[in-house]
Design a protein around this ligand. Structure first.
Ligand code: UDX
Length: 433
């Protein structure tokens, strides 16, 4: 298939490279010249495990190219839209300007028989309006939400756990086209559901709302555990043995962040408000509030552990990305904690295996250590906020030698509490006595 992918960020760049690897001819399009220049020579503009090799191989095969020239979409017959839908600056709704611009740029190149495939996460109802705009060209629109996780994006794209095609009634021709695009996954037995446009849009936001709710549920239990002396990690283990509940996404800690979950639940509530169904999603406001309280909890714990004030005290913040195996600092709980402590007067030194450049661009006021040990040296307090293996694997005995005071806040409940305590550390977890 001849494919164009508009938007070459975390979603589109991986999608373009993966489609080329599967044998399609792909042109990746983005307005960001620096991003395209890097991708064109096989250099990912962000960190994603496996992407560098995938790009290099796909470019060498001659099946993958990148450009800022939107008119090159005319070479393709299947057009993916993979642009971002960030939160609007002045509210909770999704900002659809990049989706609109992508469709505007495609319109002159669409012909009967072409298929436009939306992958971006959009408020329910968006694709029906886009389909109307595309209809005069003779091309058809499908909505095919993407569920990839950062850090596992390549695997999730090549081997998705399900495929959802949202189509207009009776559009079997577009279904057949997408089946050809995803022939590899379908041959492996990947479940594929054909729905209407609205259901496909909803699947994505509902999945993210559910995951966010699960995390906030266990973090709410952490609050209760903190008030009662119970242990939330044991609670999660015991709950997780119930097959109806399951253990995944029940890790209490500093909460969820990133470019998807926080903004998607906010956009979903904004859309429910527009639909006159505010009550249906009122609970998501609580999910958001619980999540943000966890960040404050870490800051409060830090203040308490340092005797009521962090002013002038050295705090080593381990991690700035929203989760490990990514360089993404968008809405990162870790970075929020670092910034809040700095604002309170602490001498914060942050470290991260991959995220320092992005964090520094957003928060140049923070001090960043190149080496973990530079952050740890003479620290009055250590806070683990992103569970990178480099940090969860720290030796508590050797680490103790570096710091001024052996106090650790485990913002992800990811350290071996017994080992750290045995090495002489004062250990504070989240929702653990
Ligand atoms: C998420 C969805 O998983 C993915 O399907 C969707 O396409 C995009 O949004 P991602 O943002 O990459 O993917 O991260 P995910 O692995 O879902 O983690 C989200 C956040 O929740 C992270 O900050 C993570 O640290 C946090 N989390 C996750 C917890 O706090 N506890 C858990 O038990 C699990």
């Amino acid at each position: 298939m001849r494919i164009s992918v508009t938007g070459c960020g975390y979603l589109g760049a991986v999608h373009a490279a993966a489609m080329a690897q599967l044998g399609h001819d792909v042109i990746g399009i983005d307005i960001d010249e620096a991003k395209i220049a890097a991708l064109a020579v096989g250099r990912p503009p962000f960190y994603e495990p496996g992407l560098s090799d995938l790009l290099t191989e796909s470019i060498a095969s001659g099946r993958l190219r990148f450009t800022t020239d939107a008119s090159q979409a005319s070479e393709a017959t299947v057009h993916f839209i993979a642009v971002g839908t960030p939160q609007t600056r002045d509210g909770n709704a999704a900002d659809l300007r990049f989706v609109d611009a992508a469709v505007d740029a495609l319109l002159p190149h669409l012909e009967p028989g072409h298929v436009v495939v939306g992958k971006s996460t959009v408020p329910v109802g968006t694709s029906a309006a886009l389909a109307e705009r595309i209809r005069p060209t003779g091309a058809r629109l499908l909505w095919n939400p993407e569920f990839l996780r950062e850090g596992y994006a390549v695997r999730d794209t090549v081997e998705p756990d399900r495929l959802v095609y949202g189509v207009e009634t009776g559009d079997e021709a577009s279904v057949a086209v997408l089946d050809e695009v995803y022939a590899h996954a379908l041959e492996k037995g990947t479940p594929r559901m054909v729905t209407d446009l609205a259901t496909a849009e909803l699947v994505k936001v509902a999945a993210n709302a559910y995951l966010a709710t699960k995390i906030s549920f266990i973090n709410a239990m952490a609050e209760i555990a903190e008030a009662t002396g119970a242990d939330v990690t044991q609670l999660a283990d015991a709950l997780g043995y119930d097959n109806r509940i399951g253990r995944r996404f029940l890790n209490a800690g500093v909460g969820f962040g990133g470019g998807c979950l926080p903004k998607d639940i906010r956009a979903f509530t904004a859309r429910a408000d527009e639909l006159g169904r505010s009550e249906a999603l009122a609970f998501l406001k609580e999910v958001d509030a619980i999540n943000l309280r966890r960040r404050r909890r870490v800051v409060d714990l830090a203040t308490a552990e340092l005797g009521g004030s962090v002013v002038g005290r050295k705090v080593a913040v381990l991690g700035v990305t929203f989760k490990p195996h990514s360089d993404d600092v968008r809405d990162s709980p870790a970075l929020d904690v670092a910034v809040a402590l700095k604002g309170l007067g602490a001498n914060v030194v942050a470290a991260d295996p991959r995220g320092v450049a992005n964090a520094r661009a957003r928060h140049p006021q923070l001090e960043y250590a190149e080496e973990t040990k530079d952050a740890l040296r003479d620290a009055d307090l250590v806070i683990l906020v992103t569970e990178w293996p480099e940090y969860t694997g720290l030796d508590p005995v050797a680490t103790r030698e570096l710091v001024a005071q052996p106090i650790v806040i485990d913002g992800r409940n990811a350290l071996d509490r017994d080992a750290w305590t045995a090495a002489g550390w004062r250990y504070r977890g989240m929702g653990r006595s």
